[in-house]
Each structure stands twice: as structure tokens, then as C-alpha cells.
Design a protein around this ligand. Structure first.
Ligand code: ADP
Ligand code: MG
Length: 748
């Protein structure tokens, strides 16, 4: 990202429908210096990329205001879960309005229906003898309801005159027409009480408010995943200083502090255990249901739960640097971003309202031409306006993405963006790195082979010191093996790691080269009696060469267990119609051995990280859509080349920042889960769009009275309002169904 670009997130208030999304986006984009403005209706949030040399926050804020909404800088993480609690308050307010509106609407409807229901009213308001009073009391009951719906009018007419009509405009014009027409009928000399539509206006307002509040409630539930992540941050921690414990606010904790974690409490920030051991429940972050044993020297992640022992933890990362913050940030960003489908839906929703206003006027005009009564004409035009709000259309995609990414986060599956979630569903090929992905990634040294000039101890001594700086599992295995011997310490300098090949360092004054054959060749190591050495390598084991001072000193053989769940996961991925290909820098025999154990038939071995990405590119050129699963360190080029780069088993910063999909657990079943979740979410979006769309498309002609000349039904505006309110609620409820999707479904 260029330095001069800034991204801020704004909490937006006052968005009532999907139509608002595009008008707000337009308004923000018009501000000088704004590159991209994305508005998310489901989250009530806008994300703006802009150049701070040209634009500033207050300009953005006033642009939002001018468009008829209000903006607030999104709270930073450390302000805790406040925005989510605020949503709850907002819901309560909305719900209060609904109750208020219904309190007047119900008696009004009874009154209006009285003649039909055969209820006898007191003489003073009898429709037969005192029509004016009968009408007036209805008007009186209507006024408070109009008050409850005042936002529709303020916003609707404002946007109407701004030439960006939205759903509020439709409701405002529809209900004003109903009220205006009724008043006109009442004020005429005839006092035509057959032409009173007060109850229609009130029912529309009440139902739409009710629908909004139900929808709001469901949206709160849909964003629970993030809320529950936010709640994982404790507010205080126990600091240990000179053996004394004291309680301090989490914001004051600094890197290097020692914190005491009691059983049953949450680890406050990332750190490393310096005293004690315990089982930690990491399920909230990784989805791993079994508590994991942690002892001195192991890292702990903030947000996880200490189940039994007392731990002293040295703080490594605080605040925005912690893994939990990274995860929250990633989930929030992905929920805020837009997929291809949502962009399209927004475009449709944007043109929908003006078209509907037009259709409604045209249908009124046609009915007038055909000589229909004024009552009917009014009824048809109102019905069209009310039913055609594209609310459901605008919610269909973001709400499903909200729930889908949330479910993912709960199970340790983090999608970088809505687009990543969308693109995962139709991958045709998954490339899998061998080491640490198909295998445990904790290889053990099984055999040391040397030439006559070196002893096994010497070989291990030089190799382990050279590998000391290595992050590679093979390097770590060599270092671990050396711990069994008490080697004297020695001087190491000039450490250099060549990803996919090996390492190089100066140990005790000798140049040590460790790695695969091509690395030896590149470093001009003399192979001497290699053929004999090679014969001693156990079949199927990984072997690395050790060159000392230009000569091949020996070979270290390592064995790595294949993961139990690898075979089953490979099988499941293939069952979904996706091809699985193994990529590895390791040699042919160990590669084939793992392939055989996991049921993979297509493999590439002995290849460098660059070649991995070239192979992926070749597949892409043939039209395959490729996902690559790797460990994120030496597979970076391949991860970047693939459509979906999937990094596994690391909540590290690199992984969180560079992959499209981060799996918190080192478990291939999470790949299966991610694929299934993506497919389920996409299917959910399609269902939502189908319902939202067909509902709008089918109901408009009915509302316009198109079926009436053929003896079909007409749609009363009140029913239109009910249907409209139901449509968005049904879309939201359909997406909430996704919450039943769980990791246990794929892990059997
Ligand atoms: P994979 O594709 O299986 O993850 P890598 O690309 O990480 O393998 O490494 C490829 C090969 O390079 C290894 O099999 C090993 O021979 C060699 N290699 C890489 N790093 C090291 C290291 N630190 N020590 C020894 N050998 C290494
Ligand atoms: Mg690797």
C-alpha cells in the first residue's frame, strides 16, 4: 500500500435500506482525495481509503451528513465492545418505537374495520350518523404513528429532493399519499368515509418499523462472533514485580512484564511461559476442542483460557500487536469488504427505487385511463411503492457474509475478505505443501551418516550450530537432536537461510552448508563417496546433506510422521471434485512415501519455492482456480500466486497479513471446513438473492393490479407492507441458519 493512503472506518447512523449504500458511497467518493469508499449495510459501517493530503476526517464527516446520515469514527479495539453494546441500545429504542406505533395502530384498525366487523360504535363517532367525527378520531390516532415514523419522512423526502430516493422515500410518499387522500376525502362536503386510508398508512409504518427491529435484532446476532472475540480481552491483569502481585489495567501492561495467570482466567496478552505449566483451552481462537498442555518456554496467545495450573508469563506483544487483535482486525475487515455479488446487488438496488417510483406512477396513470375509481388508483400506487423496497436485496449478501465469516472465526478459519470467502467456493485444485502440512512438521533425526573424516558427534555439532537460527522444521529437528549431547558452546556467524534449499553459517571458523542436493551443487561441495553414503539412507526418510569446508561431511536422515487426519481430508477434498496436488522441496522417495500414505496421486518433488509458484501459474493458465496450502514462511511466493493462499497453523503476523485464508490450527480438516463453509455461504447468498429478487419481481405486477383484469387478486397496501417487512426478515433468518454449520460436521 502506498504511504500516502489512509484507511478509516466510520460507524454510520441512519442507513435504513440498501439504497442508502450507493448514495452514501457516491457522496463519499465525490470528496477530493477519496480513492475508494465502501459502505456495508449489514454492519452500518463505511470504510474509506483516501489521501490525507487532500481530504480529512471532517470533510468525510460532512459529506456523510450532507447525504442525510451521520458518521462517527469507528472505535479502536481498545475501546472494547462499546459499538456492539450501542447496537443493543439502538435496538431497544427501535423496539420502543414499534410498541408505541402499534399502541395506536391496533385501535385504529379496529375502528376502521368496525363497520365490516359489525362492531357497534358509540353514537358520537358512529360512521353512519357522525362521519366527520368517525374520520377525525382516526386522524387523531394516526398522528402519533406518523410521529413514530418521522424518520422515514425526514430522510425519505430529503433524499427525494437530493435525487437519490431510497426506501424511506417509497414509504414516505406511499403513506403520505394515503394520509393526504384520506384527509381530502374527509374534508370534502361528502365526507366520503369509504375513502379513508389512515389505517393503511399506520399499518405500513408499524409493520416496517417492526420488520426493521426484527432485522436489527438478527443483525446483532449475526455479528456475535466478533463481539465474542472482543469479549475475550480481559480488562485487568495480575502483574508480578519482585515477587509481589498487583492488579493492573490491561492497557498499562508492557512488553517484558511478568504476568501471573491463575487457573480459570484468560491469558490477557501474547507471551511466553517462564514458570509453571498448565492445560490451555484455545478453542475460542483455533477451534481445537481439546485443551493443550503448555510448559515453560512455550508461547501462549492472549484470549485463551488457562484451565488448571498457575502460570507466570512474560509478555511479548500487547495492544494492537497481539494475535487476538490481528484476528479481530482481519474478521472485521473481511466483514466490511465486498464480494463481487454484493457489488452487483448494490448496483441493482441503487436503480431499483427510481424505477419503482416510475412504475407506480405509470400504473396509477394506466388505471386512471382505464376509468378506475380514485380509491383504487391510490391503493395500487401505494401498494407498488411499499412492496418494492429493495431492502432484502441489499441485505442478501452482506448478512450471509457476516454470518459466514463469523462462523469461520469461531472455528479458527479466518477469511481475509468477502472476496476470499466467495472465491474459495469454486476452487478446482488445491496444492498442498508436504512438510508441516501433510506431515506433523516436527521431524526427528533418525540417523546420522558420516564419511570417514568425521564422527557423528562432530557432524551434529557443526550442523546444529549452523541451524540454530533456522525457522525450518528440519533445522529445528537438528537443533533438538543436539540437545541430547552436551556440546560446548561455540562461535557462529554469517548465518544465512536460503528458503527451499538450506542454510549456511560459519561455525567455529568453518563454513558449514546444510541442505538439499541442489544447494550442495550450488555451493560447490565435493560429493566424494556419496554413492556409498546414499545406500545407507533409510527408505522414505528425508535426508539433508552437510558440507563442511567444501567437502560433504555426511547426511542427516529425518523422519516426519504423516498427520492422522491428512488422508481423510485429502479424500474429502477430492470428493468435492477438487484435485489435490502435493508440492515439496523434498526428494522423490520421502515425497512419494507421504503421497502414498495420504492418497495423493499427483505430486511435484525436489522443487524450489519459485518453482512451486511457477507450477501454480501453469495450472492457472490452463484455467484452473488454485488454492495453495502452506506454512507461510518459505511458501510465500506460491501462496501469493494462488487465487487463495491458505496458511496453516500460524496466527503469526505474516500469515494474517499475507494470506487470503488463515487456518489457526495445523489441521487439514480446517481446509475441508473452509471449503464447505464457503460453499454453504455462497449457496445461502444465492437463496437470499433468489428470494429477495423474485419477491420483488413477482410482487410488483401483482401490487400494480396487473392480475385484476384477468380476475386475479389485488394486493392491499397493508398486505404489501407485511410482505415487504417479512422479506428482509426472512433473508436475515435464512442467513442465521448458517450458524448451525460447525467444524464437528467435517471432523468426523
Ligand atoms: P517443503 O516443500 O517440504 O516444505 P522446503 O521447500 O521447506 O520443503 O525445503 C526443501 C528442501 O530444502 C528440504 O527438503 C531440505 O532438503 C532443504 N532445506 C530447506 N531448509 C533447510 C534447513 N534449514 N536445513 C536443512 N535443509 C533445508
Ligand atoms: Mg514447507
Amino acid at each position: 500500500m502506498e504511504k500516502s493512503i489512509k484507511v478509516i472506518n466510520l460507524d454510520i447512523q441512519g442507513m435504513t435500506c440498501a439504497g442508502c449504500v450507493s448514495s452514501l458511497e457516491k457522496a463519499l467518493s465525490k470528496v477530493d482525495g477519496v480513492h475508494l469508499a465502501e459502505v456495508n449495510f449489514a454492519l452500518n459501517r463505511a470504510s474509506v481509503r483516501y489521501n490525507p493530503e487532500f481530504a480529512n476526517y471532517s470533510q468525510l464527516e460532512s459529506a456523510v451528513k450532507a447525504a442525510g446520515f451521520s458518521a462517527r469514527l469507528k472505535c479502536e479495539n481498545n475501546e472494547f465492545a462499546e459499538p456492539y453494546e450501542k447496537s443493543e441500545d439502538e435496538y431497544q429504542k427501535l423496539y420502543g418505537q414499534v410498541k408505541f406505533a402499534l399502541g395506536f395502530t391496533v385501535p385504529l384498525v379496529l375502528l376502521a374495520m368496525a363497520p365490516m366487523l359489525g362492531l357497534s360504535l358509540p353514537v358520537i363517532i358512529s360512521p353512519e350518523t357522525k362521519p366527520l367525527n368517525y374520520g377525525m378520531i382516526q386522524l387523531l390516532l394516526t398522528l402519533p404513528v406518523l410521529w413514530a415514523g418521522r424518520n422515514f419522512y425526514a430522510k425519505g423526502f430529503f433524499l427525494f429532493f437530493n435525487l437519490s430516493p431510497n426506501m424511506d422515500t417509497l414509504i414516505a410518499t406511499g403513506t403520505s399519499a394515503a394520509v393526504g387522500f384520506s384527509i381530502w376525502n374527509l374534508s370534502g362536503t361528502s365526507q366520503n368515509i369509504g375513502g379513508l386510508y389512515f389505517e393503511t398508512a399506520c399499518v405500513i409504518i408499524s409493520l416496517i418499523l417492526l420488520g426493521k427491529s426484527l432485522e436489527f435484532k438478527s443483525r446483532i446476532r449475526a455479528s456475535e462472533a466478533i463481539y465474542s472475540l472482543l469479549k475475550l480481552r480481559p480488562k485487568e491483569a495480575v502483574l508480578v514485580n519482585n515477587g509481589k502481585e498487583s492488579s493492573i489495567l490491561i492497557d498499562l501492561v508492557e512488553s517484558g512484564d511478568i504476568l501471573r495467570i491463575l487457573p480459570g482466567s484468560t491469558i490477557p496478552v501474547d507471551g511466553v511461559i517462564v514458570k509453571g505449566s498448565s492445560y490451555l483451552d484455545e478453542s475460542m481462537l483455533t477451534g481445537e476442542p481439546v485443551a493443550v498442555k503448555k510448559t515453560v518456554g512455550t508461547e501462549v496467545i492472549g484470549g485463551t483460557l488457562n484451565t488448571n495450573g498457575v502460570l507466570d508469563v512474560k509478555v511479548k506483544r500487547v495492544g494492537a500487536e497481539t494475535t487476538l487483535s490481528g484476528i479481530i482486525q482481519m474478521v472485521e475487515n473481511s466483514q466490511l469488504s465486498k464480494s463481487r455479488v454484493s457489488r452487483m446487488a448494490d448496483k441493482v438496488a441503487a436503480v431499483f427505487v427510481p424505477i419503482v417510483l416510475f412504475i407506480s406512477l405509470v400504473s396509477g396513470f394506466l388505471w386512471w385511463l382505464s376509468g378506475a375509481e380514485v380509491n383504487e388508483i391510490v391503493s395500487y400506487t401505494i401498494a407498488v411503492m411499499v412492496i418494492a423496497c429493495p431492502c432484502a436485496l441489499g441485505l442478501a449478501t452482506p448478512i450471509a457474509i457476516l454470518v459466514g465469516t463469523g462462523i469461520g472465526a469461531r472455528n479458527g478459519v479466518l477469511f481475509r475478505s468477502a472476496l476470499a470467502l466467495e472465491s474459495t467456493h469454486d476452487l478446482s485444485t488445491i496444492f498442498i505443501d508436504k512438510t508441516g502440512t501433510l506431515t506433523e512438521g516436527c521431524p526427528k533425526v533418525t540417523k546420522l551418516i558420516t564419511n570417514e573424516d568425521f564422527t557423528k558427534e562432530d557432524l551434529l555439532f557443526y550442523a546444529s550450530y549452523a541451524e540454530r537460527g533456522s525457522e525450518h522444521p528440519l533445522g529445528k529437528a537438528v537443533v533438538d537432536e543436539a540437545k541430547k549431547y552436551s556440546f560446548n558452546s561455540t562461535e557462529v556467524s554469517g548465518f544465512e537461510a536460503k528458503p527451499g534449499f538450506g542454510v549456511k553459517a560459519l561455525v567455529n571458523g568453518y563454513t558449514v552448508i546444510i541442505g538439499n542436493q541442489s544447494f550442495m551443487e550450488a555451493e560447490k561441495i565435493l560429493f566424494g563417496n556419496l554413492p556409498e553414503i546414499a545406500k545407507e539412507i533409510p527408505k522414505g526418510s528425508t535426508s539433508v546433506f552437510v558440507g563442511i569446508e567444501g567437502e560433504l561431511a555426511g547426511v542427516i536422515c529425518l523422519g516426519d510422521q504423516t498427520r492422522l487426519e491428512s488422508k481423510q481430508s485429502v479424500f474429502k477434498i477430492r470428493e468435492m471434485g477438487i484435485e489435490v496436488v502435493m508440492l515439496t522441496g523434498d526428494q522423490e522417495t520421502p515425497a512419494k512415501a507421504v503421497a502414498k500414505k495420504t492418497g495423493i496421486t499427483n505430486l511435484h518433488f525436489g522443487i524450489s519455492p519459485e518453482e512451486k509458484s511457477k507450477i501454480i501459474k501453469k495450472y492457472q493458465q490452463k484455467g484452473y482456480r488454485v488454492g495453495m496450502v502452506g506454512d507461510g514462511i518459505n511458501d510465500a511466493p506460491a501462496l501469493a500466486q494462488a487465487e487463495i493462499g491458505i496458511s496453516m497453523g500460524t496466527g503469526t503476523d505474516v500469515a494474517l497479513k499475507s494470506s487470503d485464508l488463515v487456518l489457526m490450527k495445523n489441521d487439514l480438516r480446517q481446509v475441508v471446513f473452509a471449503l464447505l463453509l464457503s460453499r454453504a455461504t455462497l449457496k445461502n447468498i444465492q437463496q437470499n438473492l433468489f428470494w429477495a429478487f423474485s419477491y420483488n419481481v413477482i410482487s410488483i405486477p401483482i401490487a400494480a393490479g396487473l392480475l385484476v383484469p384477468f380476475g386475479g387478486p389485488a394486493l392491499h397496501p397493508m398486505l404489501a407492507a407485511a410482505a415487504m417487512a417479512l422479506s428482509s426478515v426472512s433473508v436475515v433468518l435464512n442467513s442465521l441458519r448458517l450458524r448451525n454449520f460447525s467444524f464437528s460436521q467435517v471432523s468426523q
